[in-house]
Design a binder for this molecule. Structure first.
Ligand code: 4NP
Length: 179
């Protein structure tokens, strides 16, 4: 199972989710075979490490993001990954608009896997206050645990190497939740 987390710049939200998801997968779901990456729908920060505020917020919670580097979403991502999960509705729309005709990946919102968060979007912390980065880590942990639980129950039903991504808990989105 290959999962790509997608935000705008790939320096705040999606690298935080990538780092948190990887650590929780390794520690809490050691039998699950899953790989994670992240990318941005914009190219403003390609090649850069995550924003220093994102690195600091993650480090306070025990996650190291310092080795990650930003990249832009590429057409091949739509076939290389099983699941593309956007951090907000704008990035979801951007992904859908860029999907090539041969795309095989499922595309959805990351927070569909964290229904208790009662949000559809991970708020963009880039221009906001420092505590916005702590909220990103909170939401990353909730969504990562929800997604990993969904992947674990899917893979135990389908065998250890499922051929397609599991549907999000709610295929139609989470319109009944506040943002
Ligand atoms: P991200 O945050 O999409 O979570 O990485 C942003 C990073 C950079 C910019 C906007 C959002 N920017 O405008 O440069």
């Amino acid at each position: 199972m290959r999962v790509l987390f997608v935000c705008l710049g790939n320096i705040c939200r999606s690298p935080t989710v990538e780092g948190v998801f990887r650590d929780i997968a390794r520690r809490e779901f050691p039998r699950l075979t899953v790989t994670a990456d992240s990318a941005g729908t914009a190219n403003y920060h390609v090649g850069e490490p995550p924003d220093r505020r994102a690195i600091a917020a993650a480090r306070r919670r025990g996650y190291d993001l310092s080795m990650l580097r930003a990249r832009e979403v590429d057409g091949s991502d739509f076939t290389e990954f099983d699941l593309l999960l956007a951090m907000d509705g704008d990035n979801l729309a951007a992904l859908r608009a860029r999907a090539p005709s041969e795309a095989t990946a499922r595309i959805g919102l990351f927070l569909q896997y964290a229904p208790d968060a009662r949000r559809t979007d991970v708020p963009d912390p880039y221009y906001g206050a420092a505590d916005g980065f702590d909220l990103v880590v909170d939401l990353a942990e909730s969504g990562a645990r929800g997604l990993l639980s969904a992947l674990a129950s899917y893979s135990s039903r389908a065998g250890s190497r499922p051929r397609s991504a599991p549907p999000p808990p709610n295929e139609e989105g989470v319109e009944d939740q506040t943002t």
